[in-house]
Design a protein around this ligand. Structure first.
Ligand SMILES: C[S@@+](CC[C@H](N)C(=O)[O-])C[C@H]1O[C@@H](n2cnc3c(N)ncnc32)[C@H](O)[C@@H]1O
Length: 178
């Protein structure tokens, strides 16, 4: 299922968040932004390395979809900085190594939501310790900044668990702003 991670995460986001402005931090080629934008979201890839969309992808229903050369997603070709969060309602970090802590801090500061599927601690501004689990400590970091979180898991191979901020106007279940 590894190749379906964008499709699975897109499906999960549509079920948990209303269409809103998404900052797809470390978004790579931008497939998840494309899928979200096809569903009424306004998603922008924030990634210092300019990459082009794949030419095709397979949907969860099994159908093959071609992506024409003329189709693009908006991109900010710069490293993610906290201040960028002011233009978004939701920050997404799918295996966005080096940006996870910054995403949490930005979400806390600008009172917006985030979704993180962390992979590794590489390039984060902390020193890893052998007896401390990176995923747990990251979630606790968000909680310590006053953000309530929930965990979720997607059906693909690899780093398939994540957590997200609960509440806020753009969540499907949200009723009030944090
Ligand atoms: C492991 S890849 C994940 C890409 C994509 N989200 C995926 O799941 O396939 C990490 C991405 O983060 C980008 N990146 C590295 N440093 C970054 C930074 N400071 N701010 C934003 N993106 C960064 C890289 O260019 C790369 O595309």
């Amino acid at each position: 299922m590894k190749k379906f991670r964008f499709q699975l995460l897109h499906d999960w986001i549509v079920g948990h968040f209303k269409p809103c402005r998404v900052g797809d931090v470390g978004g790579g080629k931008g497939l998840i932004s494309l899928l979200l934008n096809n569903d009424g979201f306004q998603s922008v890839v924030i990634d210092p390395y300019n990459q082009t969309l794949p030419s095709k992808y397979t949907g969860l229903e099994g159908a093959r979809h071609k992506i024409s050369d003329a189709i693009t997603v908006p991109r900010i070709t710069r490293a993610f900085e906290k201040e960028m969060a002011k233009d978004f309602d939701l920050l997404l970090g799918l295996h966005a190594h080096g940006s996870n802590m910054k995403i949490i801090e930005a979400a806390a500061e600008y009172k917006i939501n985030f979704i993180l599927l962390p992979c590794c601690v590489i390039d984060e501004p902390i020193v890893p310790q052998t007896n401390i689990d990176w995923f747990d400590s990251l979630e606790q970091y968000a909680n310590a900044l006053g953000i309530k979180t929930e965990r979720f898991e997607l059906n693909f191979r690899g780093q398939n668990t994540g957590f997200y901020s609960v509440g806020g106007e753009n969540t499907v279940r949200g009723v009030k702003k944090k």
